[in-house]
Design a protein around this ligand. Structure first.
Ligand SMILES: CC(C)(COP(=O)(O)OP(=O)(O)OC[C@H]1O[C@@H](n2cnc3c(N)ncnc32)[C@H](O)[C@@H]1OP(=O)(O)O)[C@@H](O)C(=O)NCCC(=O)NCCS
Length: 153
């Protein structure tokens, strides 16, 4: 029998920036290469990872980061509770299908519960079957319409 890959999930720090960028590069979302502004990403991690209400979980295999998921905590004044928005969920293509994504979501959902977050939200592309199936397994259901527009600079 083949040994299962040992996956460890932990909270990211700004020191993980280079490894996180490596995962973004090696995810290859829908065949699209990640060629964004790395300097901006490094600065953003350095800035936002100091904020309690932003968190990135990373999955490691043999001490190497192979995946990440981000969570932004925000207030809903209407609901009178804290809510969480999941973003940037990526696993290195070479490690996809080995449960790193599952482990990342498990850690995130558990942490959200301990923090008193009452609702989690996430959006994904219609065509992203792997992500949709995984979110559904975690109890996410289709609830809202997400509208998006770009901002003028
Ligand atoms: C979505 C993603 C984060 C899941 O991570 P993962 O480590 O592959 O997830 P798991 O191994 O825990 O598997 C979760 C499910 O996805 C499926 N899956 C994983 N990789 C897949 C692939 N390349 N093609 C099709 N299905 C895949 C698995 O089969 C599993 O579903 P099942 O158990 O019902 O069969 C990862 O596939 C990824 O990085 N995709 C590209 C980026 C992306 O789409 N991010 C989500 C944006 S919202």
């Amino acid at each position: 029998m083949r040994a299962r890959t040992q996956i460890v999930v932990r909270k990211a720090t700004a020191k993980d920036a280079a490894s996180i960028i490596n995962v973004l590069r090696s995810t290859n979302l829908h065949g699209e290469e990640w060629t964004r502004n790395e300097e901006w990403v490094e600065k953003a991690l350095d800035r936002f990872l100091r904020i309690d209400d932003y968190r990135v979980f990373v999955a490691e295999v043999d001490d190497k980061i192979v995946g990440l998921v981000g969570l932004v905590v925000f207030p809903s004044l209407w609901e009178g509770s804290a809510q969480g928005l999941i973003n940037d969920f990526f696993v290195d293509k070479r490690f996809q299908g080995k449960e790193a994504g599952t482990k990342l979501l498990e850690a995130l959902v558990e942490w959200a519960g301990t923090e008193g977050i009452e609702e989690l939200h996430v959006s994904t592309g219609w065509e992203n079957e792997a992500a949709r199936r995984l979110y559904e397994k975690f109890g996410f259901t289709k609830k809202r319409l997400l509208l998006e527009r770009e901002c003028e600079r």
